[in-house]
Design a binder for this molecule. Structure first.
Ligand code: ADP
Ligand code: ZN
Length: 614
C-alpha cells in the first residue's frame, strides 16, 4: 500500500512537471502576433512602418515602429530566403534597408519542446513506472529471499514504546533482581574492570500475562539500550532450516547494537527438552535450540548483550539451557497478590476517569488469581462498557460486570432459551450454589446466574476471599462435591431419564480432580503418599498426550477404584446437602427464574449463613 502510494506520487509529480513545461511554451499566448498575409507585410515595409523582422525557419515576425501595435507573423515559402521574398515582391532596396533583419536559429529549445515533448513524455512516464515497479518487485523478492533473517521487533530506543520499572506495578522481587542487569548494561566496563562475570542469560518464569515481556522491556528502558524482541515460535515458522540462521542473524544484529537485550518470548517453543523422540532426532526445533546455545556460548560475557527469555513452562525446558553460562539467572514472576493487584489497577486506571464509588482496593480483593494482563483487560472492558452506555466516567457497575466478562467471556443475553431449558439451568446452578454454600471448605459463592456466558449455559461463581497458595484435602473434597451439585439436582428434579448433557463438563472436571488427588497429590489413604506416573508434560496441539506409566496394571486398577470411591463419595455428599435444603433450593430457583442473576447478599438471605471452618 505504501509502495503504491509512492509510485502514484512519483507519477503525479512527473505529470505536474510536464504540465508546467507545456504551460511555459504556451505562455504569452495572448501576446501572440497577428497572422497576416505577405502582401500586407510588403506594404508596410514599403511604407517604412516596420522596424525589425525576425526570421525563424519559415516564419517571419515583424515588429512595427508603432510600439503599441501587435507583432505580425507571416509564413513564407519554404526554401526562399527573406531576401528572395523581398525581391519577388518588388520591395525597394531603400525600404528594405530600413528594416533590421534578425535570423534566428530554428533549433531553439522551444522548438524542440513543442515537437519532441509529446513523444518523450509518455516514454518518461513509462520508464518511471517500470522503475518503481521493478523496485517494488525487488522489495518483495528480498523479503522472500530473506527468510533466514530474523526481523526482530525492535524497541527500547523508541521513546513511545519505552517502558521503565515505574510501568511495572508490584513484582518487587523480580525488579530487584533485574536491577543488577540494568546496572551492568549501563556500564559494562565497570564490571569488567574488576573481573566480575556478568550473566548472559536471564530466564523469566511466570504464568501468561504476568508481565514478563513488560519487565524485559523495562530493563531495556531503564538501561537505555536496544531491545530485540522475538518469539520462540517465530524461529520455526515457515521453512525448514531457517530457525538456526534466524538465531544467528538475531545475535549478530544485537551484537552490532550492543549494549542490547535480546528477548525471546515463549522460549519453550524451541527450548523443549531434546530427544524425546518426537519428530525425529534432528528436527527444526532442535537445530534452532542448538544454535541458541552455540551463540550464547560464543560471545564474550562482557560484550554487553544479555539474553532474556520468558516461559510459563520451565518444567519442559531442555536442561542444557539452564546450565551455567547460559540462562543461569532465573527470575520467578508470580501472579500478583492483593496488594500488587491494587498497584497494577492503579497503573491501568491512569487516564480512565473513575467514579468515586469505584474502590481499587475492593476490586483487588475481588480478583484473586487475575494476572496483570487480566487486570489491564478488566479496566479496559469497563471503560468500553461505560462508553457503550453513553457515560463519560467509569462506575462501579461497569467494573463489576467486567470482572465476570474477563472470567467467563461475554454474556450472551440474546441466546434464546426456552422456559423449560431455563428452569433446568436454574436448578442445575442452584444445586452448585447450595452445595458450595453449605460446605465450609468451598470458596464462598458470589453469584449465580442462568444467563449463558461463553460456552456455559449458566454459571455459579465462587471465589476465595484471599489469595490461596495451597489446596488441602478438605478443600478438594468439598470442591468435588460442589461439582456434583448440578448433576445431583438435575437427577433429583427431572429424574434419571431427563438427565441432560449439561453436566458433562462438570463430570469431566470432577474426574480429573479426583485423578489428580490420587495420582499427583498422594491423597488416597489406600494407595499411600506417592505419585503415580511421570507427568513429563508434552504438549502436542495443546493436549497432554504423554504420561509415563511407572506402575503396574494392578496399580492402575487400584487407581481407578480410588477415583471411583472419591467421585461416589462426592456425589453422595452433594445429594445429602441438596435433600436437606430442598425448600431453600426451590426458593433460590424461583428467584433465579425471575431475576436471572443473584448476588452474594441475596444468596445469603435465601440460604442463611455459611458454616465456618474451625
Ligand atoms: P507476559 O509476557 O508475561 O505474557 P506481558 O508482559 O505481555 O505478559 O503483559 C501483558 C500486559 O499486562 C502488559 O502489557 C501490561 O499492560 C499488563 N501487565 C502485566 N503485568 C503488569 C504489571 N506488573 N504492572 C502493570 N501492568 C502489567
Ligand atoms: Zn454445572
Amino acid at each position: 500500500m505504501k509502495n503504491f502510494l509512492k509510485n502514484f506520487l512519483a507519477v503525479f509529480l512527473v505529470l505536474l512537471v510536464v504540465a508546467g513545461i507545456l504551460g511555459l511554451t504556451r505562455s504569452g499566448a495572448d501576446k501572440k502576433p497577428d497572422v497576416v498575409d505577405i502582401g500586407q507585410l510588403v506594404q508596410e515595409i514599403n511604407a517604412g512602418q516596420v522596424k525589425k523582422v525576425v526570421v525563424q525557419g519559415d516564419t517571419l515576425t515583424a515588429e512595427l515602429k508603432d510600439a503599441a501595435a501587435k507583432k505580425q507573423e507571416v509564413k513564407k515559402e519554404a526554401g526562399d530566403s527573406f531576401g528572395d521574398v523581398m525581391k519577388n515582391y518588388g520591395v525597394s532596396d531603400v525600404a528594405r534597408a530600413a528594416v533590421s533583419v534578425e535570423i534566428k536559429d530554428e533549433n531553439s529549445w522551444k522548438f524542440w519542446m513543442a515537437n519532441l515533448l509529446p513523444a518523450i513524455i509518455p516514454l518518461v512516464i513509462i520508464m518511471v513506472f517500470l522503475y518503481f515497479m521493478t523496485k517494488g518487485v525487488q522489495g518483495a523478492n528480498s523479503k522472500a529471499m530473506g527468510f533466514g533473517q530474523s526481523n526482530p521487533r525492535k524497541g527500547g530506543a523508541d521513546p513511545k514504546d519505552k517502558k521503565t520499572f515505574a510501568d511495572v506495578a508490584g513484582a518487587k522481587e523480580a525488579k530487584q533482581e533485574l536491577e543488577e542487569i540494568v546496572d551492568f548494561l549501563k556500564d559494562p566496563k565497570k564490571f569488567a574492570d574488576i573481573g566480575a562475570k556478568i550473566p548472559k542469560g536471564v530466564l523469566l518464569m511466570g504464568a501468561p500475562g504476568t508481565g514478563k515481556t513488560l519487565l524485559a522491556k523495562s530493563v531495556a528502558g531503564e538501561a537505555g539500550v536496544e531491545f530485540f524482541h522475538m518469539s520462540g515460535s517465530e524461529f520455526v515458522e515457515m521453512f525448514v532450516g531457517v530457525g538456526a540462521s534466524r538465531v544467528r542473524d538475531l545475535f549478530s544484529k544485537a551484537k552490532k547494537a550492543a549494549p542490547a537485550i535480546i528477548f525471546i518470548d515463549e522460549i519453550d517453543a524451541v527450548g523443549r527438552r531434546r530427544g524425546t523422540g518426537m519428530g525425529g532426532g534432528h528436527d527444526e526445533r532442535e537445530q534452532t535450540l542448538n544454535q541458541i546455545l552455540v551463540e550464547m556460548d560464543g560471545f564474550e560475557a562482557n560484550l554487553g548483550v544479555i539474553v532474556m527469555a520468558a516461559t510459563n513452562r520451565p518444567d519442559v525446558l531442555d536442561p542444557a539451557l539452564l546450565r551455567p553460562g547460559r540462562f543461569d539467572r532465573r527470575v520467578v514472576i508470580d501472579l500478583p497478590d492483593m496488594k500488587d493487584r491494587e498497584e497494577i489497577l492503579k497503573v491501568h486506571a491512569k487516564g480512565k476517569p473513575l467514579e468515586d464509588n469505584v474502590s481499587l482496593s475492593k476490586l483487588a480483593q475481588r480478583t484473586p488469581g487475575f494476572s496483570g494482563a487480566d487486570l489491564a483487560n478488566l479496566l479496559n472492558e469497563a471503560a468500553i462498557l461505560a462508553v457503550r452506555r453513553g457515560k463519560k466516567t467509569v462506575g462501579e457497575s461497569e467494573v463489576l460486570e467486567s470482572i465476570e466478562k474477563v472470567l467467563l467471556g461475554p454474556e450472551r443475553k440474546n441466546r434464546i432459551i426456552s422456559e423449560k431449558e431455563k428452569k433446568m439451568t436454574a436448578y442445575h446452578e442452584a444445586g452448585h450454589a447450595i452445595v458450595g454454600h453449605f460446605l465450609a471448605h468451598c470458596d464462598p459463592v458470589r453469584k449465580v446466574s442462568v444467563i449463558s456466558r461463553g460456552t456455559a449455559g449458566g454459571y455459579t461463581l465462587n471465589m476465595p476471599s484471599e489469595d490461596r497458595h495451597y489446596h488441602t484435602l478438605a478443600h478438594f473434597r468439598d470442591d468435588l462435591a460442589m461439582m456434583f451439585g448440578g448433576y445431583t439436582v438435575e437427577k433429583l428434579i427431572f429424574g434419571d431419564d431427563m438427565l441432560s448433557t449439561g453436566p458433562s463438563s462438570d463430570l469431566r472436571n470432577a474426574t480429573k480432580t479426583a485423578k489428580d488427588m490420587v495420582t499427583r497429590y498422594g491423597m488416597s489413604t489406600k494407595l499411600g503418599p506417592r505419585t503415580f506416573g511421570e507427568h513429563e508434560e508434552m504438549i502436542f496441539l495443546g493436549k497432554e498426550i504423554h504420561e509415563q506409566r511407572d506402575y503396574s496394571d494392578k496399580t492402575a486398577e487400584e487407581i481407578d477404584k480410588e477415583i471411583k470411591v472419591l467421585v461416589e463419595e462426592a456425589e453422595k455428599r452433594a445429594n445429602t446437602i441438596v435433600l436437606a435444603n430442598r425448600s431453600k433450593m426451590d426458593e433460590l430457583v424461583k428467584e433465579l427464574m425471575e431475576k436471572e442473576t443473584i448476588e452474594q447478599e441475596d444468596i445469603i438471605r435465601i440460604l442463611g449463613p455459611r458454616p465456618t471452618v474451625e
